[in-house]
Every structure is written in C-alpha cells, then in structure tokens.
Design a protein around this ligand. Structure first.
Ligand code: GLN
Length: 190
C-alpha cells in the first residue's frame, strides 16, 4: 500500500523507513497531488507551529481536513498529534485541525532536549516508547479509545480514522504501532 509521510518538516525519513520495513511504499507528501495518491497519511514529529504554517501555505491544511472528514486514515506523532488535536492548553491561539477530541499540552513531558524511555503495554505486548519534549493529552472525549497509557494520561489514542501518539514509534526497531495503523486502519478503511 502507498502510505504518505507528510514531508514539510520533522522526522520524515524515520517514518518512511518504518513503512518500508513493514512491506509498504512510503510516499513523501508535499502537495495535494501527492496526497491524492496515498491511502493513509502520517504527520511526523517536529515543530507543530512550523508544520502548521507550511501546511497552510501549500493548501494541504484544508485538503487534509476535508479528506479526514471523509474517513481518510491519519496518524500523527508528537507535533503531528498536536496538529490533529482539538486544541492546545495555554496556546489557544495556535490553530489545530480539530480531527480528534483531545486537548494537549505542548512540551509537557519535558523541555528542550529532555527525553526519556518507558516500557509500556500495547495490545498485550511490551513496547518501548520514547518521549521527546512530548505533548501530553490533558483532556479527551468519551469516543477516544486509549491504546497505550502512561501514568495519568493516554499516550496513544484513536478516534475512528485518526490515530495520535505523544511519543515517537518511528525511532524504535519495533514497528507494531505503524503495523496497527496500516493493518487495522488503512486496510480496513477500504
Ligand atoms: N514540542 C514540539 C511542538 O510543540 C513537539 C516535539 C516533537 O515533535 N518531538 O511542536
């Protein structure tokens, strides 16, 4: 399957490698034409303000929202999760796509280069998750499914065709979150 990796800013290569590793074709998406070639889209981590600005400039912002509302599967990690959310605590002026019913707090798991790892449970198996200045989900609606939780907050959530992670599954060896996205969400959306 052709899986798009939004290629405006952030850790694009790591996501593309992960898609290849699980036997699918990554397509770098920088334009509406490319977006229309793919069956699902990943929005990588990076800086949510920069990603937002670049998406608006290219027209991809409105197009992604339109497709998402028609059921197109999207997976956002870290900054990508912020972009997909319903809003950002203390940064209410920063626009978001409002595609998943979560409110996030930016840099809530540590500032600057601060990062840490945890072993958590995902669908019954251990998974190593790495947080890098990660956003925390501080509120979520009842239709949001919690797939991984860490302490008092969910860190991998799904609402219908939208998947969002506080952490960075693309930088680990374990492809299980990408596999979940492609097998359970992209394939089943057909
Ligand atoms: N703190 C970043 C933001 O607000 C996200 C960090 C990341 O993607 N690693 O956009």
């Amino acid at each position: 399957m052709k899986i798009g990796v939004l290629a405006v800013q952030g850790d694009i290569r790591e996501h593309a490698n992960m898609i290849e590793k699980i036997g699918h074709t990554p397509i770098r998406v920088k334009s509406i034409e490319k977006l229309n070639e793919v069956e699902g889209l990943i929005i990588p981590g990076g800086e949510s303000t920069t990603i937002t600005k670049l998406l608006k400039k290219t027209g991809l912002w409105d197009e992604i929202i339109k497709k998402a509302k028609e059921g197109f599967p999207i997976f956002g990690t870290c900054a990508g999760m912020i972009v997909l959310s319903n809003g950002i605590k203390k940064y209410e002026k920063q626009d978001t796509m409002k595609l998943i019913d979560i409110i996030v707090e930016r840099n809530a798991y540590g500032r600057q280069v601060f990062s840490f790892e945890e072993i958590l449970k995902f669908r019954g198996n251990d998974i190593k998750v790495t947080f890098i200045r990660a956003p925390k989900i501080v509120e979520y609606g009842e239709n949001v499914e919690k797939l991984i939780e860490y302490k008092d907050a969910p860190v991998l959530v799904r609402q219908n065709n939208i998947l969002a992670a506080s952490f960075h599954p693309e930088i680990e060896d374990d492809p299980s979150v990408h596999e979940y996205f492609v097998e359970e969400m992209v394939k089943k959306s057909k």
